[in-house]
Unconditional design. Structure first.
Length: 213
């Protein structure tokens, strides 16, 4: 598992691309500059690691596009020490970004193959989430709620109520909502019963599926 000067150089360029696309949160940019994204992909595809594109990671899933990861993390408004729930662990790249920022991360994945692979892989890079869960993201993680933020990294056909219910007051749910194309939507809990809703344009994710396999 090598991280060379070439990789580091390519990462710097990726960070510049993300800045040009409007990402300004320095913590997020620093995390992307630090994390060896090529190691989250199969070794045959390292050339694709530092272009701003999503990429297949097996089990019909993808590692999200760097811009998308950056944008979602920026919208989440995460700070060191925050307790964050991620839905859709996948390759673990988004998990690593949250950990670099100093969050305590809980992440749920419904594909057992990916769950097992990523659980073994992240500690090899020194990334230690609080908990990786093989389960259904639609129900969130009641036993650890409430959270300082929840990020959904798959396209949700509707907004699952349990996720809204598991936010602290002041916390945000960042969730792409829709079918083939999704609208990046941010809900901020403003009181025990009230939520603000904001929208941030179109994105394309693999779908948030029901029933684990
Ligand atoms: N955060 C990931 C993105 C992975 S793509 C990364 O950085 O690589 C979305 C992931 O959501 C896939 O791994 C998929 O298996 C998972 N997923 C789909 N439906 C889910 C559900 N109901 N609960 C939890 N995970 C789900």
């Amino acid at each position: 598992m090598k991280d060379t000067f070439t990789h580091k150089g390519m990462r710097k360029k990726l960070v510049e691309v993300l800045k040009e696309k409007g990402i300004s949160n320095t913590e997020v940019l620093k995390a992307i500059n630090t994390i060896p994204r090529h190691l989250f992909m199969d070794s045959g595809f390292v050339d694709h690691a530092y272009v701003d594109k999503a990429f297949p990671i097996g089990a019909d899933q993808t590692i999200s596009q760097p811009y998308t990861v950056a944008k979602q993390t920026e919208l989440l408004n995460v700070r060191a020490g925050n307790k964050i729930l991620e839905i859709g662990t996948g390759s673990g790249y988004q998990t690593a970004v949250l950990l670099e920022i100093g969050a305590k991360v809980y992440s749920i994945e419904r594909q057992n193959e990916l769950f097992k692979k990523t659980k073994l892989f992240l500690p090899k890079l020194g990334y230690r989430p609080k908990k990786l869960i093989f389960g259904d993201g639609y129900i969130g993680l009641k036993t650890e709620a409430p959270f300082d933020g929840i990020v959904v990294t798959a396209g949700a056909p509707f907004v699952p109520n349990p996720l809204l219910a598991q936010l602290k007051v002041g916390a945000k749910l960042v969730i792409p909502v829709g079918g083939d194309v999704q609208i990046m939507t941010v809900f901020t809990r403003t009181s025990a019963t009230e939520f603000d809703k904001e929208e941030f344009g179109e994105f394309r994710f693999v779908p948030l599926l029901e029933d684990k396999n």
